[in-house]
Design a protein around this ligand. Structure first.
Ligand SMILES: Nc1ncnc2c1ncn2[C@@H]1O[C@H](COP(=O)(O)OP(=O)(O)O)[C@@H](O)[C@H]1O
Ligand SMILES: [Mg+2]
Length: 258
């Protein structure tokens, strides 16, 4: 099987301003099925630009991108939108949930957008419930976003990203708005999904979060300056266990002596 992502020497030049901005300057990248990649780099290094191209939200100025073997340059707008719906799921930093809409309805949304709606209402409901179950939130299906914690909201957003059974999940700073314990919990959800075979590419600027991934890529000024396998990878379940032990110990010390 070919790599799910094959990028050859892509460039992105923004021509909108007075001076063209050469945001991505020749990136070549293969991502195999089952990889879990953290994309890192300073602000302005081109992470979001690269993610937008990976997500077929924007096209490269130059170079080729094959997604699951399909050359996106050969597709028109509608075909590209279809490919995006079929192959990709998205998770954003700010969760982007609709506030007057329940968790379940938020997860159903991407299934309603597709140009070819073949799925019945009952099946849509069932698939959305299944995805909430995967992220451990099926009991809260009828809660509104403001009735959920930040971590729970991000898990709803992950369920929404999964609902079209994507091959690749793209996440831009998915833990950016979360405290460190909740971040570990969310990384646990990603690790579980990755073990089930979903390829994940996420942007993060937190080194410890990148340690939960399998491969770290570092961008600088629009080029990849480092690409390495993660050594001594962190496992979210173990880290959660340690955090709970530390909390319990802190409570014991805080309790007044009998
Ligand atoms: N739509 C745009 N128009 C013009 N310049 C842009 C646009 N988006 C990003 N840039 C520029 O491209 C460079 C890379 O930006 P970006 O990909 O957002 O980096 P990062 O996500 O790593 O912070 C920056 O210099 C930024 O100002
Ligand atoms: Mg960015």
């Amino acid at each position: 099987m070919p790599p799910v992502v094959q990028i050859k020497d892509i460039h992105k030049i923004y021509e909108s301003g007075e001076v063209p901005v050469h945001a991505v300057r020749g990136v070549s990248l293969d991502i195999q099925r089952g990889e879990f990649v953290a994309l890192m780099g300073a602000s302005g290094s081109g992470k979001s630009t690269l993610m937008n191209m990976l997500g077929c939200l924007d096209r490269p100025t130059k170079g080729t991108y094959l997604l699951d073997g399909i050359d996106i340059d050969k597709l028109d707008r509608n075909e590209l939108a279809d490919l995006r719906n079929q192959k990709l799921g998205f998770v954003f930093q700010g969760f982007n949930l609709l506030s007057r809409t329940t968790a379940l309805e938020n997860v159903e949304l991407p299934m309603l957008y597709g140009r070819h709606r073949k799925v019945s209402t009952a099946e849509i409901r069932e698939r959305a419930m299944h995805c909430l179950d995967i992220v451990g939130l099926s009991q809260r299906f009828d809660h509104f976003p403001n009735q959920l914690s930040g971590g729970q909201q991000q898990r709803v957003a992950i369920a929404r990203g999964l609902v079209n059974s994507p091959q690749v999940l793209l996440a831009d700073e998915p833990t950016g708005n979360l405290d460190s314990k909740t971040s570990v919990e969310v990384m646990g959800v990603f690790q579980k999904l990755n073990e089930q075979g979903i390829t994940i590419v996420m942007v993060t600027h937190e080194l410890d979060i990148a340690h939960y991934c399998k491969r770290n890529l570092i961008l600088r000024d629009g080029v990849v300056v480092r690409d390495e396998a993660v050594k001594d990878r962190l496992i979210a379940e173990q880290e959660m266990g340690k955090l709970k032990q530390a909390e319990a110990a802190a409570k014991l010390t805080a309790a007044p002596a009998a």
